[in-house]
Design a protein around this ligand. Structure first.
Ligand SMILES: NCc1[nH]cc(CCC(=O)O)c1CC(=O)O
Length: 320
């Protein structure tokens, strides 16, 4: 039987999500799957994400291993993938996305609104820090790194100086690790838009046509609606020239035959925010029409945000 080698980061979350999609890919392709863990700078560095520069820290090593021929496809969390084209590579499939919401994790089921004055909330994401500032200016955001389990462990840390009242994590990430139970609140996307592409995966391959098995597998896991949502959401980042760690939330969804896109840009402390929402009617539900509507809606949202001064509101580009 043919073998498809699937490259992934080696974190527990990356391995879990890669195994889940690789199993579907292998079945549809009629091929055996070999999972190839690749170490990335984002995994080895203890520095805060904003210090090492979010853009591409997770993606670069995976792309190198793909270009070197060490694997046939790599699995990225789409929200960590820079929007620019990568030379010699293409996004071969975007599977149906999981929950795009952020989750508040606390002990005892407390929600964000129920946290005490001055509560310590763990997150290293400039977007989440700004959103916390907007909603609860009294809350102290504490920078954390590390895997999901070690972040959750901070809720019950023995050492009081380490202990946090809450951590904010992606619902999709918790779900993929079987830790959805840790969420005490799922923040509604209307008030708390999340990172472009959050909850979605990207299967990246080399530009040239892959094996018959690989192409069959990619076509089977592709989800046209999710592809369109991510074109719209990532179109906001690209249009604002913003990196994946910028204080920008973007959420696309379909309702009543319309493709909606809402995006918010925050000042670093969250005290100022700009929001823009637009909708487009796709000609049909065919992939090409959905993608056209997604590009259309993104360009209108970007024009409005820039027209209202989004570029002056926040440090949008990445790299320190
Ligand atoms: N930047 C870290 C990152 N990248 C992808 C996920 C989870 C999976 C996803 O949301 O798609 C996470 C963790 C988190 O934000 O809690």
């Amino acid at each position: 039987m043919a073998v498809i080698r699937v490259g992934t980061r080696g974190s527990a979350l990356a391995l879990a999500q890669t195994r889940q999609i690789a199993e579907r890919l292998g079945k549809a392709a009629g091929a055996d799957i070999e999972v190839v863990p690749v170490t990335t700078h984002g995994d080895t560095s203890r520095a805060s994400l904003s210090q090492i520069g979010g853009t591409g820290v997770f993606a670069t090593a995976l792309r190198e291993s793909l270009l070197a021929g060490d694997c046939d496809v790599v699995v990225h969390s789409l929200k960590d993938l820079p929007t620019g084209d990568a030379e010699g590579l293409r996004i071969g499939a975007i599977p149906k996305r999981a929950d795009a919401r952020d989750a508040v994790c606390t002990l005892g089921g407390r929600t964000l609104a129920e946290l005490p004055e001055g509560a310590r909330v763990g997150t290293g994401s400039p977007r989440r820090i700004a959103q916390l500032g907007a909603l609860r200016p009294d809350i102290r955001a504490i920078d954390i790194r590390g895997n999901v389990d070690s972040r959750l462990a901070r809720l019950s840390a023995e050492d009081e100086s380490e202990r946090l009242d809450a951590v904010i994590l992606s619902a999709a990430g918790l779900g993929r690790l079987g830790r959805a139970d840790a969420a005490s609140e799922l923040l509604p996307l209307e008030d708390w838009p999340t990172a472009a592409g959050q909850g979605a995966l990207a299967l990246e391959v080399r530009d040239e046509r892959g094996s018959r098995e690989l192409e069959r597998g990619l076509a089977a896991v592709e989800h046209a609606t999710t592809r369109a949502f991510t074109i719209a959401e990532r179109g906001v980042l690209a249009g604002l020239e913003a990196g994946c760690a910028a204080p920008v939330g973007a959420t696309a969804f379909l309702a009543d035959e319309l493709l909606f896109l809402t995006a918010s840009v925050y000042s670093a402390d969250g005290t100022t925010a700009l929001t823009s929402s637009h909708a487009a009617t796709p000609e049909s539900r065919a992939a090409a029409d959905l993608a056209d509507a997604a590009r259309d809606v993104a360009s209108r949202v970007v024009a409005e945000l820039l027209g209202n001064g989004a570029a002056d509101l926040a440090p949008l580009e990445e790299s320190p």
